[in-house]
Design a protein around this ligand. Structure first.
Ligand code: TGC
Ligand code: FAD
Length: 390
């Protein structure tokens, strides 16, 4: 393993504040110390390193943009992005844990929850004392969540919830699930479902070749009695879950750059060191072409998220802009993971180097939070005014 040297080809560091750099440095050091040494084994073992959650909470990786009065750090969206980049340099699964906790659990409770819900859940979620998950996808409805079948009906002081969710990050270890389901009128609503309720099960999904150091599972609801006060009161319709996705997709656009930089950095160091035909392989034009293209694509991705972050800070980033950035940056990272592995030849397939793990992880990242093609169609819709979905 080589020392990590991040890319800053266009002096983007000059655009960051001292606060951004301090946050970045704290997360970077922690990833080098706590994640890098254990992550290959965790991926081999298909086991999420759960002990990291508390440490991530202590570091402020959960809910950095949530106001301090609810246990967050009250930071801006560039800070959130910088944290995601550093975490995903370690592993996409570690970034996923922070994405879900922050954007898919804390965000909806903060945006759409009652004051009681905010006070009850947010401070514990911020420290990692409580872990959450987000249930939108179902066995029969992934890209088209609006057709979801999970539903609830009123029953005195409770709602009776039935249905199932699939492919849910952190499902087995979560204390609460933010679940999107239809009411008796067919309107999508959000419910906070606590672990341990009768009829609620969360079995793990095994056998993944991707995100092996992250937990994925189902959420199954068989006549689960959810207290009425657990309904998120302030949102109705698909825009509820989709607003959470805007926040998570934004973080992923930043995060993917971390995985790409880890692959680029490793390939560059290896190419300078490895000799064939009595020369470093870095001297061959075809290797230089790859490396030059990597640094170009990483730089473009950095500029894209920097601008997007400023738009989001000003509450001006559109969902379609976020889709474009998520799609572009994840695809860029996956391409770099694949091609950088080739620069290492046979060595690139081993766990001495991070490329195969990043590459396999990024196959999930290019699928979840909206697939590569769904994001293209969101751009298509935005520029033509015609939806390809309906
Ligand atoms: P459509 O008719 O376009 O919209 C329905 C309503 O939603 C509003 N809306 C949005 N609101 C906020 N943000 C957005 N991005 C929004 N997109 C649409 C829209 O204005 C409308 O509102 P209203 O008030 O008029 O009712 O919806 P559609 O049924 O045609 O579907 C299109 C859409 C956007 C759902 C589809 O393109 C899409 O995004 N599918 C992808 C589904 C997805 O991303 N699932 C992710 C599941 S969570 C996950 O993967 C977590 S991974 C976690 C990890 O480990 O990191
Ligand atoms: P499908 O929707 O069945 O799509 C299959 C293929 O068809 C894709 O290539 C897609 O692009 C294409 N397609 C679909 N519709 C169209 C169209 N209209 N035009 C053109 N092509 C189309 N979900 C959650 O709710 N919470 C989570 O925490 C979560 N975590 C996840 C973790 C992992 C590791 C993974 C892999 C997934 C996770 N997901 C989660 C689910 C994820 O969001 C879905 O997998 C994703 O939205 C795609 O849905 P699908 O897998 O059902 O594919």
């Amino acid at each position: 393993m080589y020392p990590y040297k991040p890319v800053d080809y266009f002096g983007i560091d000059e655009l960051l504040t001292e606060e951004h750099k301090i946050i970045r440095s704290a997360i970077r050091d922690w990833v080098s110390r706590a994640v890098v040494p254990i992550i290959e084994k965790a991926a081999h073992d298909h086991k999420f390193p759960q002990h990291l959650l508390k440490e991530m909470g202590e570091l402020g990786a959960f809910g950095p943009f949530i106001p301090e009065k609810y246990g967050g750090a009250g930071l801006d969206y560039i800070s959130y992005g910088v944290i995601m980049t550093e975490l995903e340099r370690g592993d996409s699964g570690i970034r996923s844990a922070a994405s879900v906790q922050t954007s898919l659990v804390m965000f909806p409770i903060h945006e759409f929850g009652s004051e009681e819900q905010k006070q009850k859940y947010l401070p514990k979620l911020a420290t990692g004392e409580m872990i959450g998950c987000f249930g939108l996808t179902e066995p029969n409805h992934g890209s088209d969540p609006g057709s979801m079948e999970t539903k609830f009906k009123e029953d005195g002081d409770f709602y009776i919830l039935n249905g199932s969710k699939m492919w849910i990050t952190n499902s087995t270890i979560a204390d609460i699930a933010v679940v999107w389901a239809k009411d008796e009128e067919g309107t999508v609503r959000g419910l906070i479902v606590e672990k341990g309720l009768e009829g609620f099960a969360a079995p793990e999904t095994k056998g993944k070749w991707s995100l092996r150091a992250s937990v994925t599972g189902e959420l199954v609801f068989d006549n689960v009695k959810v207290p009425r006060e657990n309904l998120l009161p302030n949102v109705k319709g698909l825009k509820g879950p989709l607003s959470c996705l805007n926040s998570a997709r934004y973080g992923i656009a930043w995060g993917a750059i971390g995985a790409a930089m880890d692959c680029y950095n490793t390939a560059l160091e290896y190419a300078l060191e490895r000799k064939q035909f009595n020369k470093p392989i870095a001297s061959f034009q075809l290797i230089q072409k790859k490396l030059a293209e990597f640094v170009t694509e990483i730089t473009k991705a950095q500029l894209l998220v920097w601008r997007l972050g400023n738009l989001r800070n000003e509450e001006k980033a559109t969902p379609a802009q976020i889709s474009m950035a998520k799609r572009n940056n994840v695809s860029m990272a996956l391409q770099i993971a694949r091609e950088s592995r080739q620069i290492l030849g046979a060595m690139g397939i081993t766990d001495d180097f991070p490329m195969m793990r990043h590459m396999m992880n990024l196959e999930s990242v290019i699928t979840y939070e909206g697939t590569h093609d769904i994001h293209l169609l969101i751009t298509g819709n935005d520029i033509t005014g015609i939806s390809a979905f309906n």
